[in-house]
Design a protein. Structure first.
Length: 472
């Protein structure tokens, strides 16, 4: 546990703070995972377009319906009510759409995730490229001081800042300042900590697109001499961000910092169907952090499977806030204070992974790994040999692949990932590798994986270390 001091400088993302976390073994560390049978986890990871298409149509239906009602009632005081609904859905619940599509798990079809991600990013005053990388770090180093760029309530808490945040008062100037700086290619020292240089041109392009949209909206308001364009694009965050914070601050606020167990630094709460719809099941936040590849529609099932290994879920949104408010108040006086989540007696605590070791069968270096039936279609096995670890895959047509086991972006084993076509998707940040040659197929992965030889003979799977590497 790091020493708690009474200012927030230790949260700044800079070399010094980052180095402290690295030296304490807290950066890019291995996190606890509840034991879920491999077969069951594979079922939970299945992506579908249907639920997210239905939910997105309903969601946009509410947004456009509220906008239409506002216009219809324009000029009367009654217009305030549909407008406030519009603003809360636009600026509040867009956050969960932003989040799920960022992970690439909401839809099965990649372009659908990308399109909704860009729209939702714009709606919540975020630049898509910057936040993609920031959230990647948040998942690697959740609530690790000096590493996590998304700690919502650093200690001692800035209560005035949180209250102003309900109306995005500080978010607006920060966002527009960043847009101007990024549009001319300026990246801050903080951002350089988590965004690779190759992404800078994309950051600039996105900033220019956002600025262009706001410019056109402002011009429309002036030309038509009407508040309506800026009221629908730009001002909703003033009136609707409160909903994002009501949900979002429950995730980690007031819980432990610098621990490598999401059960201790994240909250899961049970809630009604309306909140689940608006928040896209992110009330199951422990589950989401432990298994970020599980789509939002499967997270409630995941909760049932791992709840006995976790502290009890909070009974409601209200019960979270009954804990958060006094905790924040106390942390103003005692910054070291935090809520201790208590694990059930039967809960696991060790970071354990299934390890499998085969035997060398001939002088050519082939190793007998397992029976062919143990590696089903679209499945991955971890295989350890001497000091190294590997992943062995079977694609949809029965074909086999073998690669190094650890993702080149972070310290995550790819055997817990998801096969998508002829690629493996990393379970941590959804980066992808082509299985045929190990080349990077999706950010944040930038470096290729080594690939190895694998074959099936007489119903057994054999593997040979080849260390083939394509150029990055
Ligand atoms: Fe980040 Fe694999 S650890 S994509």
């Amino acid at each position: 546990m790091s020493e708690v001091v009474s200012d927030q400088s230790r949260y700044l993302l800079n070399r010094k703070n980052s180095q402290k976390a690295i030296e304490a073994g807290l950066a890019e560390a291995e996190w606890y995972q509840s034991p879920i049978p491999r077969e069951t986890l594979r079922e939970l990871l299945v992506r579908r377009d249907g639920p997210a298409i239905r939910d997105t149509l309903v969601w946009f239906g509410i947004i456009f319906g509220a906008a239409a009602a506002t216009v219809a009632l324009w000029g009367s005081l009654w217009a305030v009510f549909p407008y406030l609904i519009y603003a809360a859905i636009y600026a509040g619940s867009a956050d969960s759409r932003w989040h799920e599509t960022l992970h690439g798990t909401a839809f099965k079809t990649d372009w659908m995730n990308s399109v909704l991600y860009e729209i939702a990013s714009f709606m919540v005053l975020r630049e898509g490229v910057i936040w993609r990388w920031s959230h990647t770090r948040h998942h690697s180093d959740t609530i690790i001081v000096g590493r996590d760029p998304e700690i919502a309530a650093p200690r001692p808490p800035d209560i005035a800042g949180i209250l102003l945040g309900l109306f995005a008062i500080r978010a607006y100037p920060q966002y527009f300042k960043n847009l101007f700086l990024h549009s001319v290619g300026k990246i801050s020292e903080r951002e350089m900590e988590f965004i690779p240089e190759s992404e800078y041109p994309k950051v600039a392009r996105t900033a220019r697109v956002h600025l262009l949209i706001y410019f056109l909206v402002t011009v429309s308001s002036i030309v038509f001499q009407s508040w309506i364009p800026v009221l629908f694009i730009g001002l909703p965050n003033l009136f609707g961000t409160w909903l994002m914070l009501v949900y979002g601050l429950t995730q980690h606020t007031g819980l432990a910092e610098d621990v490598l167990d999401h059960r201790l630094n994240s909250r899961t709460f049970l809630t009604n169907r309306l909140n689940c719809f608006l928040y896209w099941n992110m009330n199951y936040h422990v589950e989401h952090h432990m298994f970020p590849l599980v789509p939002y529609h499967a997270v409630p099932r995941l909760h049932e499977l791992m709840k006995d290994d976790c502290p009890p879920a909070y009974a409601s949104l209200w019960s979270c806030w009954k804990e958060i408010v006094p905790t924040l108040e106390r942390q103003c006086r005692e910054p070291a204070y935090h809520v201790e989540r208590v694990l059930p007696e039967s809960a696991g605590t060790d970071v354990q992974r299934t390890r499998r070791a085969g035997k060398l069968v001939d002088e050519e270096g082939w190793i007998d790994v397992c029976g062919g039936e143990e590696l089903k279609s679209m499945d991955v096995l971890r295989y350890d040999h001497e000091e190294r670890t590997y992943a062995i895959y079977r694609g949809s047509e029965g074909e086999l692949y073998a690669t190094d086991g650890i993702c080149t972006h972070g310290k995550t084993h790819l055997a817990e990932g998801l096969i998508v076509g002829k690629m493996i998707e990393c379970p941590k940040h959804n980066g992808r590798f082509n299985l045929e040659d190990g080349s990077p197929a999706r950010k944040p992965v930038c470096k290729a994986l080594k690939t190895h030889e694998v074959k099936e003979c007489d119903g057994r799977v054999f593997f040979r270390i080849g260390d083939r590497l394509v150029k990055n």
